[in-house]
Design a protein around this ligand. Structure first.
Ligand code: PLP
Length: 428
C-alpha cells in the first residue's frame, strides 16, 4: 500500500468519504486519491514523495504556479501583524481598488470567504434589488452549493428546477429555472413564460464545470439583451474564469458587461476568498447601505487579502496573459495531435489559461449533452495512464484543466510525451 492509500483508509474513518470536497475522492476516475504533501511551481508532491506536473492548480487559483515567492512573502509579512481583526483594514480598500481597476464593470465590491458565498450573496442581492424570486441558470454550470444553485434541469430541455441533492426543498428549487448553455432560444422561452418573475441570469462565461465549454458567438450578447428587455440582472460567475481567461476576466475577453460579477479562488492566491460586485446602484442595496443582509466574520481577512493582492499585482505584468494563452494552446493542440497520431478520437476546447479534453468523434463540443455522451471508459484509462506518468489532471471528465506561468517548455514537453505513450497504449 502507498502512503496515500493508507492515509485514505485512515481518513475514511473520520471524514465522510475521506475528503472535504467530493471530487477529491476520485469517484470520477476510480482508484485512490493522492494525498498531497507540498507543491512548488508546476509540481505537486504526494505523500509518497512522487512529483507530478500539476494541471489542477488547486482548481484554478495557482495561475503563477504553486508557492510563488511574492505571495509567500506577502502572507508571511501579514502573519506578523495578526491573523484576523473583524474590523476594517487598509488592505481591504486596496483589494477593492485593485479588483475594480482590473474589472471595470465592478463599481463596488464586497469580499466573502468562498465562491459559494459570492454567488449565494449575489443572487440574494439580485432578488432583493428586482423584487423578483426566480433565477435562471444553465444545466451543467456549477456555482457552488447554495440551495438555489444546486439545481439542474430534468430530462427535457427546459423544466422547472428539480433539486440535485436531497436536503433542498422543492419549494426552494422551484424558483430556479434551468436553460441549455449556448442555446439562446431556451432562455427566450423561459423569459416569455415568466416575463416579470426572473430576477437574474447567472452563468459561467466559459463553462468550466462541464469540462470546458466556451460561449458560442452571440450567446453572451443575447443574454445581455434579454436581461435588458425583461428587467433582469446579468450575473457573470467568474469564480473560475476571473483573472484566468484574461486580466479582466472572461467578460473582458468577450466584451460583455454584466450587472454583477462573482469572483473566488483566484483573488485569494490560494487562500479562502470570494467576492461579488458590480453596478454601484445595485451594490448599494447591500447592508449597511441597503436592506439586503449579507455579512461574514472572516470576510476581508488580512492574510487572504495580502495573498490576493500580491497575486493580482503580479498578474498585471505585461504580456502575462498572452504567454499563458500560448502555453494553453500548445498543450491542448499537443494533446489533440498525439491522440490523432494513435487514432483516438479527441476533441479539445481552450481559452486563456483553461482547456478541456473530450473523448468523442464530435469536432466541436459546445453543449452539455455532448459532454455527457463522451466515451465514459476512455477518460479514466487516460487519466490513470497520465497519473502513472507523473501528470496530475483533474480527476473527472467534467472539469477543466488549468495551466500556470510556472509550466515551462520542459513540463509541456514532458506532458505531451507522456500523452503520446498513454494514447499509444490505449490504441492497442
Ligand atoms: N462558481 C464557479 C464557477 C466555480 O467553479 C466554483 C467552484 O469550483 C464555485 C462557484 C464555488 O466556489 P467555492 O468552491 O469556493 O465555494
Amino acid at each position: 500500500m502507498t502512503r496515500s492509500e493508507t492515509l485514505f483508509e485512515q481518513a475514511k474513518k473520520t471524514i465522510p468519504g475521506g475528503v472535504n470536497s467530493p471530487v477529491r475522492a476520485f469517484n470520477g476516475v476510480g482508484g485512490s486519491p493522492l494525498f498531497i504533501e507540498k507543491a512548488d511551481g508546476a509540481y505537486i508532491y504526494d505523500a509518497d514523495g512522487k512529483a507530478y506536473i500539476d494541471y489542477v492548480g488547486s482548481w484554478g487559483p495557482m495561475i503563477l504556479g504553486h508557492n510563488h515567492p511574492k505571495i509567500r512573502a506577502a502572507v508571511l509579512a501579514a502573519v506578523e501583524n495578526g491573523l484576523s481583526f473583524g474590523a476594517p483594514t487598509e488592505l481591504e480598500v486596496r483589494m477593492a481598488e485593485k479588483v475594480i481597476e482590473m474589472v471595470p464593470s465592478m463599481e463596488q465590491v464586497r469580499m466573502v470567504s468562498s465562491g459559494t458565498e459570492a454567488t449565494m450573496s449575489a443572487i440574494r442581492l439580485a432578488r432583493g434589488f428586482t423584487n423578483r424570486d426566480k433565477i435562471l441558470k444553465f444545466e451543467g454550470c456549477y456555482h457552488g452549493h447554495a440551495d438555489c444553485l444546486l439545481v439542474k434541469a430534468g430530462s427535457g430541455a427546459l423544466t422547472l428546477g428539480q433539486p440535485s441533492s436531497p436536503g433542498i426543498p422543492e419549494d426552494f428549487a422551484k424558483h430556479t429555472l434551468t436553460a441549455v448553455y449556448n442555446e439562446l432560444e431556451s432562455v427566450k422561452t423561459l423569459f416569455e413564460q415568466y416575463p416579470e418573475e426572473i430576477s437574474c441570469i447567472i452563468l459561467e462565461p466559459v463553462a468550466g464545470n462541464m469540462n470546458c465549454i466556451p460561449p458560442i458567438p452571440g450567446f453572451l450578447e443575447g443574454l445581455r439583451a434579454l436581461c435588458d428587455q425583461y428587467g433582469a440582472l446579468l450575473i457573470i460567475d467568474e469564480v473560475m474564469t476571473g483573472f484566468r481567461v484574461s486580466k479582466s476576466g472572461a467578460q473582458g475577453h468577450y466584451g460583455i458587461t454584466p450587472d454583477l460579477t462573482t469572483l473566488g479562488k483566484v483573488i485569494g492566491g490560494g487562500m479562502p476568498v470570494g467576492a461579488f460586485g458590480g453596478r454601484k446602484d445595485v451594490m448599494q442595496f447591500i447592508a449597511p447601505t441597503g436592506p439586503v443582509y449579507q455579512a461574514g466574520t472572516l470576510s476581508g481577512n488580512p492574510i487572504a487579502m495580502s495573498a490576493g493582492l500580491a497575486q493580482m499585482e503580479a498578474l498585471c505584468e505585461e504580456g502575462l496573459y498572452e504567454e499563458l494563452a500560448a502555453k494553453t494552446k500548445r498543450i491542448a493542440e499537443g494533446f489533440k495531435a498525439a491522440a490523432n497520431k494513435h487514432g483516438i478520437p479527441l476533441s479539445i476546447n481552450y481559452v486563456g489559461g483553461m482547456f478541456g479534453l473530450f473523448f468523442t468523434e464530435e469536432e466541436n463540443v459546445t453543449r452539455f449533452d455532448q459532454v455527457t455522451q463522451c466515451d465514459a471508459e476512455a477518460f479514466p484509462t487516460f487519466y490513470h495512464g497520465m497519473l502513472d506518468e507523473g501528470v496530475y489532471l483533474a480527476p473527472s471528465a467534467y472539469e477543466a484543466g488549468f495551466l500556470s506561468m510556472a509550466h515551462g517548455e520542459k513540463e509541456l514537453e514532458a506532458t505531451l510525451a507522456a500523452a503520446d505513450r498513454v494514447f499509444a497504449k490505449m490504441a492497442k
